[in-house]
Design a protein around this ligand. Structure first.
Ligand code: FES
Ligand code: FES
Length: 192
């Protein structure tokens, strides 16, 4: 029996639907950047260590270099290109802009997507290694700078903009639920 090594898959990205043939070994990151021209998501290490490729999959942060594109079929994928509502930036984007949460900006799309995931995880009561009391009854711990640093520790910034990034995440949290939700309109007709 012949081995099937490629398939036509349909990806739901930023409210659009894309059908494309892929080799089964294609990562979601390469599908986004090389096949669909969605180059906002960056490739740093390509091995799950830097966080530059972070996107949201069904609202959860995911490193796209470790996710096969074919395994993302049917999931709602949000990249940095899908966060703004027209000219209105997502609260996390706005906070990064207002507080200079970047220098070269290469890590920034991943930092922003990760921060949205962090705020959602925190609001859901998930503890981190920095949480003093991890019992469910304790509820969400205060979102201190230490909490933010720990929760964002999978996203490296070689410019060292960490101080401003922590401040930006804390500022974005003040926007409440809007800060932890990716605004994605419903799927439209196939875009490719
Ligand atoms: S490029 Fe995916 S974690 Fe570094
Ligand atoms: S802003 Fe340059 S790598 Fe983070």
């Amino acid at each position: 029996m012949a081995l099937v090594t490629s398939s036509v898959i349909t990806l739901h990205i930023n409210g659009e639907r894309y059908s494309l043939p892929v080799d089964h070994r294609t990562t979601l990151l390469d599908a986004l950047r090389e096949r669909l021209d969605l180059t906002g998501t960056k490739k740093g290490c390509d091995q799950g260590q830097c966080g530059a490729c972070t996107v949201l999959v069904d609202g959860r942060r995911t490193v796209a270099c470790l996710q096969l594109a074919i395994a993302a079929e049917g999931r709602e994928i949000t990249t940095v290109e899908g966060l703004a509502d027209g000219d209105r930036l997502h609260p996390v984007q706005q906070a990064f802009l207002d507080l200079d949460g970047y220098q070269c900006g290469y890590c920034t799309p991943g930092q922003i997507c990760s921060a949205i995931g962090v705020l959602a995880e925190h609001a859901a009561g998930w503890p981190s290694a920095a949480s003093a009391d991890v019992r469910p009854a304790a509820g969400p711990p205060p979102l201190t700078a230490d909490e933010i640093r720990e929760r964002m520790s999978g996203n490296l910034c070689r410019c060292g903009a960490y101080t401003s990034i922590v401040e930006a995440v804390a500022r974005a949290a003040e926007s409440g639920p809007a800060s932890r939700t990716a605004v994605v309109p419903g799927p439209k007709e196939p875009a490719a």
